[in-house]
Ligand binder design. Structure first.
Ligand SMILES: [Ca+2]
Length: 256
């Protein structure tokens, strides 16, 4: 072993000598057996050789392979806070919340458009006695006009003429003076209502009556003295009136 090491040292320090040695003495013959290939001990092979000058240092070998990974080091200190990331996607719609308290009243709205008139069909009159005494058995003519806007009462005939079929209200308030009064209310040439008031001496009396009548268009209503002609004590002056009135209460179209 020691000899081998010495021999290797000589080979290392003297490449030229080794080359010679291998060429002259140590190269095997192709015909020799495996045992014959064993190199001769350097002491015997190179005993008579003169030592040469030391060779130059060899070149550095190729870098070795990377070593194994080392053991993990200790955990470092916590780093600084990173930058804010991008905004995430919108979440799902949540469950509706509890109903809130009642709010304050709002401002009043705008004024609406005018509606239809409450009375689309108008018919009314109120007239008074202006000349006396009235003639018996003919319509009493009232020429003092309190109201007759639609002219449905004819001051020349003393008759009210129905223009709108429906229910009408008629009334009269008469002053009785000097004679008895017998009046009847006519509808379409037939007396439907009667009033009789007896006059007393040194007195002024009143007679009145009212009625609801359904009229067809064109039918007429008026007051008339009935009897033998001695019962026309209807009276009127500047402080006493005898008034005949009537108006449409319900039009037939408004009954439904
Ligand atoms: Ca009387």
């Amino acid at each position: 072993m020691k000899q081998t090491s010495g021999f290797m040292m000589v080979l290392w320090t003297s490449p030229l000598l080794c080359m010679l040695l291998l060429t002259v003495s140590c190269h095997s013959n192709p015909t020799q057996s495996t045992e014959d290939l064993q190199p001769l001990p350097p002491k015997e092979a190179c005993v008579n050789w003169m030592g040469g000058a030391p060779g130059h240092p060899g070149y550095n070998g190729a870098p070795g392979r990377d070593g194994r990974d080392g053991i993990n080091g200790e955990k470092g200190e916590k780093g600084e806070t990173g930058l804010l990331g991008p905004k995430g996607d919108a979440g799902e719609i949540g469950v509706p919340g509890v109903e809130g308290p009642r709010g304050f009243p709002g401002l009043p709205g705008k004024k609406g458009e005018p509606g239809e008139p409450a009375f689309r069909y108008r018919s009314a009159f109120s007239v008074g006695l202006a000349s006396r005494p009235p003639a018996p058995n003919v319509p009493i003519i009232f020429t003092k006009i309190f109201y007759n806007e639609q002219n449905h009462y004819d001051v020349t005939t003393g008759k009210f003429r129905c223009n709108f079929p429906g229910l009408y209200y008629f009334s009269y308030q008469l002053t009785v003076y000097l004679k008895d009064v017998k009046v009847s209310l006519f509808k379409k040439d037939k007396a439907v209502m009667f009033t009789f008031d007896q006059f007393k001496e040194q007195n002024v009396d009143q007679a009145s009556g009212s009625v609801l009548l359904h009229l067809q268009a064109g039918e007429e209503v008026w007051l008339q003295v009935y009897g033998d002609g001695e019962h026309n004590g209807l009276y009127a002056d500047n402080v006493n009136d005898s008034v005949f009135s009537g108006f449409l209460l319900y039009h037939d179209a408004d009954q439904f």
